[in-house]
Design a protein around this ligand. Structure first.
Ligand code: FES
Ligand code: FES
Length: 151
């Protein structure tokens, strides 16, 4: 039995030994904003914040997440009150097909929370681990810079 807090809400889930965090979040708890890509830690699409740090949920056995605090894109902003990073992504036209955007927004939030969003080199480094097939990287950088300026 694994106890997790996801987006501020507690959950108890019975998991198997080999079950991965990405599958628990998507298929047991319904957080479909957590995307599945390579399943090998390369693409970054399955990224969530675990205890405040970005992690690849496809590499984490669910049992290892016991007791942790997880944030997915569903926990950021709302339809009527967007997070500053979400607002900036829209303003900068960063959203193309949208498949990588949950992870991209979480990376932006992490940078903002850590006070790193104003450092262009760090922002570029942070997005290097995310595969955006639409090539929106420059727009991600512009969006994070906008958020760091306060909108
Ligand atoms: S699906 Fe997890 S890194 Fe690609
Ligand atoms: S916006 Fe399409 S993969 Fe990034």
């Amino acid at each position: 039995m694994v106890e997790l807090k996801v987006n501020g809400r507690p959950y108890r889930v019975e998991v198997t030994e080999n079950e991965l965090l990405v599958d628990v979040l998507r298929y047991r708890l319904g957080f479909m904003g957590v995307k599945q890509g390579c399943g090998e830690g390369d693409c970054g699409l399955c990224l969530v914040l675990m205890n405040g740090r970005p992690v690849h949920s496809c590499l984490i056995p669910a049992w290892r997440a016991d007791g942790s605090d997880i944030v997915t894109v569903e926990g950021i902003g709302s339809e009527t009150s967007l997070h500053p990073v979400q607002r900036a992504f829209i303003d900068q036209g960063a959203v193309q097909c949208g498949f990588c955007i949950p992870a991209a927004v979480l990376i932006g939030k992490w940078l903002l929370d850590r006070g790193l969003a104003g450092d262009r080199e760090t922002v570029r480094w942070a997005y290097r681990g995310l595969l955006c097939r639409c090539g929106s990287y420059l727009r991600f950088e512009e969006a994070v810079a906008q958020a760091s300026r306060g909108g």
